[in-house]
Design a protein around this ligand. Sequence first.
Ligand code: C5P
Length: 236
Amino acid sequence: MSRSPSFWVVIPAAGVGSRMRADRPKQYLQLGGRTILEHTLDCFLGHPNLLGLVVSLAEDDPWWPSLACASDSRIHRAAGGAERADSVLSGLRLLGKLGAAADDWVLVHDAARPNLIREDLDRLLAELANDPVGGLLAVPVRDTLKRVGPDGRVRETVDRSVIWQAYTPQMFRFGALEEALAGALARKVAITDEASALEWAGQSPRLVEGRADNLKITRPEDLQWLAQRWSNRPEA
Ligand code: C5P
């Protein structure tokens, strides 16, 4: 493994999170006495190689200004967009204005993944430091997979040995990522993560195995599970 490179971070945090059925976007729900978004930011703000961080927020977001980290000079605010990929591209545009160079590494991480641990972040940085493309944290699927028909009945069992779940952070060179994302969006290609933009541009991002508990909080039970787990931590 190589030494950890310096890096920028973009956190798309402009989603509504309707599947949580809450009174506010999921990144502002409480977990262990602070918001999910604050926990998510912690892992990066505590890293010595951080160059700067952009959070993409909804224009009318009333919650962000009340967070203590809103006044942190390393954090910059970009305007979120209609889809996650638009929010990420907006964050990248701001990084360009902040001085990011084409070869600099950028890590994109979901606001709703507060359980990223430093060990996973450092492994991603070290394993991709000399990679020509970049890559992402990912987790091999554990369960048997079924392809289903419109009638809700199984059509076939899928070979799971070659299927991984794409997690974040996803780590790419600033110039290549901005160009791929802008190009794919301009051609109305459906982009659900940064790797898919690079794939569209003809690249093969590398998978770095991460912990399965770096989950994206999507449903109420995800938050309950994490809150329960954290309440059992020795330092909690
Ligand atoms: O909705 P989902 O969980 O897939 O969103 C993943 C991440 O993308 C979340 O952190 C969410 O806030 C962000 N997002 C965004 N802009 C959107 C939609 C989602 O920044 N328009």
